[in-house]
Ligand binder design. Structure first.
Ligand code: CP
Ligand code: NVA
Length: 301
C-alpha cells in the first residue's frame, strides 16, 4: 500500500492486516507501551473542512508513534489562494513524510498522490471516508468477533459514508443493505460493484433494509458543504431515522454505529443513541488506533 485514497485501494487481506495491527496498537496504548516507530517523521494535515475526530486522532496518533503532525488549514495555506495542488504536492513532499487531507473533491486527493512523492491519506472527501470505515470495521469485529454471516444496514444519505461503508461491508463478506430516499442513492459505480461482488440491496424501504440486521449505521442528513440544503433535506429525510421501530425489526443484539457528529431526533433518536453510546464511542476511539495502523503501514521505513 502506497497511499490510502479510497477503500477500494485495499483488498480483504490488506484490511485485515490493518485491523490486526490496530488491535495490537490499541492493546499497547491501553497498557501505556511507548512507540518510536515514526521517530523524526512529520505528517502534514490539510483541512479544507471542519473536524474534531480526524484532526485530534491523527495528531495524537503521530505523537504516540514518536513523530509529529502539522495542522495546515486551508485558510492559511496558499492553496486557499489558488496555488495549484500539483505544486503544493511537490513542495510539501520535500518537507514532509506523509500528508492527510480532508477536502471536497476526490480528484484533489488523487492529484496530491500523482504529483507528490510521499504517502497520501484521504481524511474525507465528498466521495468517501476510508479512515472512518477502517475504525468502523475494527469496532464491528471487536463486538461481533467475525464478519461472517453478518448483515450490515445503512440508513440515510447515499453520501461519502455510505460509499465507503458499502465497499467495506462487501469486501469483508457482510451482507449489505442501504435505505436512501430516491435521488440520494450512493455512487452508481460502487453499487454496481457491490451487486457483482456480494449480497447488496438499495431501496427506500427502511424496515426491509433493517430486517435481521446485525449492524445499523447512519450519518447526518446534510454533510459538510451542504449547509444550504439543510431545511430541504430535513423534509426529504424525515423518515430515514434509526429509532425504536427500526430496532424492533433488527436482530436482538444489533449494534448501532454513527461516524459522528450526530444530530439527535434527525438521523437517530436520542434514546437509541444513548442505548448504543458504548459502541458509538468505542468506534470514535478506534479512529485513533486504526489510523495509527495506517500511518505505520504507510510511513514506517
Ligand atoms: N467522523 C469524523 O470524521 O469526524 P470529524 O468530522 O470530527 O473528523
Ligand atoms: N457525511 C458527513 C461525514 C462526517 C464525518 C460529512 O461529510 O459531513
Amino acid at each position: 500500500m502506497k497511499h490510502l485514497l479510497k477503500l477500494q485501494d485495499l483488498d480483504k487481506n490488506e484490511i485485515l492486516d490493518i485491523l490486526n495491527l490496530a488491535d495490537q496498537l490499541k492493546y499497547e496504548n491501553h497498557n501505556k507501551i511507548e512507540h518510536h516507530i515514526l521517530k523524526g517523521k512529520t505528517l502534514g494535515m490539510i483541512f479544507q473542512k471542519s473536524s474534531t475526530r480526524t484532526r485530534v486522532s491523527f495528531e495524537t496518533g503521530m505523537y504516540q508513534l514518536g513523530g509529529q503532525a502539522l495542522f495546515l488549514s486551508n485558510r492559511d495555506l496558499q492553496i486557499g489562494r489558488g496555488e495549484p495542488v500539483e505544486d503544493t504536492a511537490r513542495v510539501l513532499s520535500r518537507y514532509l513524510d506523509g500528508i492527510m487531507i480532508r477536502t471536497f473533491e476526490q480528484s484533489e486527493v488523487e492529484a496530491l498522490a500523482k504529483y507528490g512523492s510521499i504517502p497520501i491519506i484521504n481524511g474525507l472527501t465528498d466521495y468517501c471516508h476510508p479512515c472512518q470505515v477502517l475504525a468502523d470495521l475494527m469496532t464491528i469485529r471487536e463486538y461481533k468477533k467475525s464478519f461472517d454471516g453478518l448483515k450490515f444496514c445503512f440508513i440515510g444519505d447515499g453520501n461519502n459514508m455510505a460509499n465507503s461503508l458499502i465497499v467495506g461491508a462487501i469486501t469483508m463478506g457482510m451482507e449489505c443493505s442501504v435505505a436512501c430516499p430516491d435521488g440520494y442513492k450512493p455512487d452508481a459505480q460502487i453499487m454496481k460493484w457491490a451487486n457483482e461482488n456480494g449480497k447488496f440491496t438499495c431501496s427506500s424501504d427502511i424496515l426491509e433494509c433493517a430486517k435481521n440486521a446485525d449492524v445499523l449505521y447512519t450519518d447526518v442528513w446534510a454533510s459538510m458543504g451542504q449547509e444550504e440544503e439543510k431545511a430541504e433535506r430535513e423534509k426529504i429525510f424525515k423518515d430515514f431515522q434509526i429509532n425504536d421501530n427500526v430496532m424492533a425489526v433488527a436482530n436482538d443484539n444489533a449494534m448501532v454505529l454513527h461516524c459522528l457528529p450526530a444530530h439527535r431526533e434527525e438521523e437517530i433518536t436520542a434514546k437509541v443513541f444513548e442505548e448504543h453510546a458504548n459502541e458509538i464511542f468505542d468506534e470514535a476511539e478506534n479512529r485513533l488506533h486504526a489510523q495509527k495502523a495506517v500511518l505505520v503501514k504507510l510511513m514506517q521505513d
